[in-house]
Design a protein around this ligand. Sequence first.
Ligand code: HEM
Length: 523
Amino acid sequence: MAASVAVALLVAFLLPLIIYWLKTRTTTTKKPLPANLPPGSLGLPVIGHSLGLLRAMRSNTGERWLQSRVDRYGPISKLSLFGAPTVFVTGPAANKLVFGSDALAPKQPRCLPLILGRRNILELAGDDYRRVRGAMMQFLRPDVLRRYVGAMDAEVTRHLDAEWSGRRSVTVLPLMKRLTFDIIATLLFGLDRGGDVRARLAMAFADMLEGMWSVPLDLPFTAFRRSLRASATARRVLETTLAEKKARLERGESSPADDLLSCLAGIRAEGGGVEQVLTDEEILDNAMVVLVAGHDTSSVLMTFMIRHLAGDLATLAAMVQGKKASNVEVSNFPWWPCPCLTTPFISSLVTCTEHEEIAKNKAEGEALTWEDLNSMRFTWRVAQETLRMIPPIFGSFRRALEDIEFDGYCIPKGWQVFWASSVTHMDPGIFKDPEKFDPSRFEAPAPPYSFVAFGSGQRLCAGIEFARVETLVTMHHLVRRFRWKLCCKENTFVRDPMPSPLHGLPIELEHIGVASSLGKSSC
Ligand code: HEM
């Protein structure tokens, strides 16, 4: 019995891949393949190189796996991933092609449009894409977001009071995920804190994420089926919310400036038309995108900043003493808590100079402003350097709409193109001593198409400014209220596909109080 169930599952798992492979094989064998295909092999039918890449990502050697391809074949090579013939490209010239060429269209895993909806921005091209992107940017662009810094500050402060204050230890990743969910729920969806609607969305969203990157098999008991169901629930919650927002807008009881949903519902065609520029389906699908795109990415960035700052005495020293790390005397740090501790609670002081400067001019409890954020230059460089070394988004896919010539090779029409940031980010020809954490390398802008943690070109991350605001506000309050050290001796992480530190990064906290010991420190 067990054996027959296993066989059935195996068939169910392999069948779609085999059908897909046969279909792609038929299309790609319709016309003879060009002679100048990139080097490399397509590997075994169906399986190709997928298992190798997935295994490498789970054991945190994905970057090495890609680098070994580049060492062997150069910046362009062919392989087979997830049942499709693929060209892997890397380096600034390739990034320029990926992010700038109209001959490449976005290509998402099959599961994404099923979960997020078929009108989500990642599926759109041409005029539809520009219309939806334009509408989203009406809320997400910097001159609009500057009005929401106070609200972001309130959300972060409330989170730290509720989840961090009074604790001796916390686990960072789940807390950062809760924080980014709350920020999106409040600022982008305008949902009441503590309300039933928000709680239902949170529950459905958590279930949806569970199976989001699983094999897209819509069968009973699969993670993907559960994810689909949860996505339908999340969508119903958002649908009801949207209907209420539209009714309030019509009655003049709210403004399109209130939140992203109201903004998208309130945009009308130029020339005074009454039609919404986005359909309700487009608003809902893209609300789902924002929820997914804005949740894991920013929470991962902040988690890895906290992880790095827990042990970076060199960055601290450069900030606090203005000396090279090698010249630093540990005894010069009056806040070193105890000689028995191997890792000092140094983290909160790393960026204290600019944070203390800001706090100095504020009354107790006064919220941060846009101008304050713009003066947190070093903190943003620490974020950029964290993103360079551990980009939350490993890479993604495009589809060739026509035969493309690149670097003397042909990328055939219909093939998928896989770009990944890690090889470019760790190229010593672009970033000197790439293994070294050095925020100062971002004092000048990175060369074009070299730092691609947020993508680039017309599809540059739509939430980049939103991510900057939430990261800077959160780091400001963290470094002024706490010191921390890592609980786990082993400090590794895996990708699944987002980077996730061991056990979610438990840390031990020391409370230093707002504007208390930091104010007295050597900064
Ligand atoms: C540290 C945080 C973030 C990182 C590292 C990040 C990274 C990225 C990357 C690499 C892409 C491009 C993918 C591609 O070209 O294949 C992207 C696109 C996108 N991101 Fe982000 N993201 C972050 C935060 C956010 C936030 C907070 C939001 C929403 C509020 C958001 C919304 C989007 C959207 C809507 C797109 C699609 C843009 C388009 O296709 O025009 N992201 N992001």
